[in-house]
Ligand binder design. Sequence first.
Ligand code: G4P
Length: 531
Amino acid sequence: MSSPLAEAKRRRTFAIISHPDAGKTTLTEKFLLYGGALTGTAGAVKARGDRRSATSDWMEMEQQRGISITSTVLQFPYRDCVVNLLDTPGHRDFSEDTYRVLAAADAAVMVLDAAKGIEPQTLKLFEVAKARQIPILTFINKWDRPGLDALALLDEIDAKIGVTAAPVTWPVGIAGDFRGVIDRRSGEFIRFTRTARGATEAPEEVVDPQRALAEEGAAWTTAHEESELLETMGLDFDEELFLAGELSPTFFGSALTNFGVRLLLDSVIDLAPPPTPRIDVAEQPRALDAPFSGLVFKVQANMDKSHRDRIAFLRVCSGRFERGMVVTHDSTGKPFATKYAHTVNGSERETLDEAFPGDVIGLVNANDVRVGDTLWLDEKVSFPRIPSFAPEHFTVARVRDTSKFKQFRKGINQLDEEGVVQVLRDPDFGDQAPVLAAVGPMQFEVALHRLENEFGAPVELSPTSYTVARRTDASSAAELRSMRGVDVLGRSDGTLIAVFESSYWLDRLMADKPELVLEPLVAGELASSVG
Ligand code: G4P
């Protein structure tokens, strides 16, 4: 039987983050192609004429919008490793969801479009990755087309997200006339050859510097000089800074033509860390070979019309998972049977018999399980919960057809448990008119769509005048409730949230009445960069 330690060492669990259209889906397909997980051609994963029906886009709204909201997991073997690739939503409004996925990943690959660099809409997602202090590899995609200057792109990464971009490969030929890359570790030229639509692996030829000069002329000389310049700028790989999330090994390529895809995937294997012992709430590491434990990082119901059920995604943190085990659900202390454990590859489900640290399990009909919960076997452990973000948008939800109130209430509770939106209740209106709170307004669109389509509850959203929220306690709440411009609402986890119409009013109140409890909603780690 395989040991959890040996299996953990072979795992690489990482998330891909990118702006919509930067090429995340294409790169994912190409990883599968290089992993040998695609039989036939890469285009087979998604029908070209109907490309929005890619493996990972299964919600109607995602298809309409062309963004991916629900995260998917793909597992495939590569070299002697097992790769677990986690998808993240490509929009800042869903950065809280991205943060949860990153809680289950050991590294991230950031995909940028060479012509666009870091777009304002996605900046928040990258900041979230930075806040998690997760090692990030960067892939500058679409180099086959005219784009920005390579050095300017490096500067932009540094200036906008505060991560030093250290090129591992450097492009030979300008964007639009892409011939290959210098592998800066060996100084060799890797020449790529196009294949039709990148349907098969791009042939690569390793060329020594002298021959590269003779054959590529000025394109080689320029690339070579720039690469040396990078060295004098101190832009070389540094493992310690990489693991601390401060330096990002950077690769140039084109997912469409497969240029640079193998180099990137090899580097994920070589550089990204395998699972390490996760730290629990008592700040003790849970050894990888301790009995099974896992952290739930996502819960999603009704993902697929043919499976109308609720699935909890759990990242294995220690031990060997075997289907059928009866584990303990830490927050309730109740036993939890894992008869219905699945791997979820895109929207495909397969029964899963065993899993190891770094793997992701989908537990079907995990009705009491919530995001941030721990499950364990034999030896109790509680992992820190995943912090919620401070909401910045608030709206009141009411059912349009009162005969559908039951469905409405059920739907609201479900969305709350999944963390699609935060649900805040006024003690006077309760379930009739809950306040939905979100990091970005697109979360409301998802909530509205799902309430109508999955739960059959047509909903009306009305604006509120709240702009800022703070955590408070019962005694402060009594006083706050008597004031104007502030309301106190309850969250389902029992937290009391004071919502203010203006941050100016909040600041004044904090200055005038320092005895009132009005704390920021996010934990320290996030407050500065994300909150
Ligand atoms: P996303 O998941 O990040 O949203 O991006 P996706 O992979 O869907 O790619 C967005 C578009 O960019 C697609 O074009 C895709 O073919 C193209 N693309 C991806 N990588 C590269 C690349 O390396 N070079 C070039 N030139 N294009 C790339 P589309 O026109 O929207 O779709 P399709 O008709 O090509 O399928």
